[in-house]
Design a protein around this ligand. Sequence first.
Ligand SMILES: Nc1ncnc2c1ncn2[C@@H]1O[C@H](COP(=O)(O)OP(=O)(O)OP(=O)(O)O)[C@@H](O)[C@H]1O
Ligand SMILES: [Mg+2]
Length: 273
Amino acid sequence: MTLITTIHSYAGGVAKSATARDLSAALVLLGQRVLLIDADHQADLSVSLGVDIDEQYASADDSFGQTIGPAVLGTGPLPAPREVYGIELIPSSITLYNLEKELKADVSMVVGLRYALDDYRAGGQYDHILIDTNPTLGDMATLALLAADRVLLPIPPNRKGLRAGNFIKSRVEKGHYQRLNPGLSVLPPVITQAPNTNLARQYAAEINELFGGTLGLIKQRPGLYPLAMERGIPVPLLDSSDGRAEVMSVAARFLEVVQLSAQPAPGGAKRGA
Ligand SMILES: Nc1ncnc2c1ncn2[C@@H]1O[C@H](COP(=O)(O)OP(=O)(O)OP(=O)(O)O)[C@@H](O)[C@H]1O
Ligand SMILES: [Mg+2]
């Protein structure tokens, strides 16, 4: 079975792209087959894996052709993913910004990514498809949430993080997303960029309570994470000690939770996340 997880928050800079990159790399190290989709025109995820489409291609059309754009618009197939550190990546480009305008002009296209991934879902060549989004509540977020089975929220332990996590949880669970995409559910979040302070510990406890648990906590590591971005290397491959261990632990917990949620509970109801 292929499980599609969208990493999402309307809040900027909360480590969506770092989580997408490092969780993908960790899942590959754990023997999983991973397709990673960069659906953010900022392309931070692609660049932080050493793939800069806008540098590689002179023409905007050629750059756009390497992204999910044409498949969402129905003008072409998904591009062949490129392999980076064992992850299969469909990268992004600044030209993906044009997709936002097209989605505004024709709302029916918000199901375009879901349909484009149908073949991958049916083909079963991946265990996991992860989608990184830009910080928005707009059409690009809807596109990525309608394509997904699960939403993973990176939440820093502070007021901004907690507000965003709380809002998106209730928007997914009480808003229209689950009506349009009934299989969609919110995973226990990852606590990200956590400083070693009492206030951060209080917020971490609140996040834990709100979601009934988390996938783990990633500490604020001001040396390691900028270096991972600079070198284009995921944290679990760059660091061999605590930074790696906490990402691997989140990935192992992620696998536990999604496998639990895929098993039918006694009596036929779903259990877990
Ligand atoms: N655990 C961490 N410790 C220190 N810095 C971190 C950590 N996680 C992420 N960062 C840094 O924080 C910044 C924001 O991270 P990232 O780009 O992953 O966030 P984002 O949510 O994807 O941002 P955007 O909303 O712009 O897409 C980056 O410079 C990243 O290197
Ligand atoms: Mg990002």
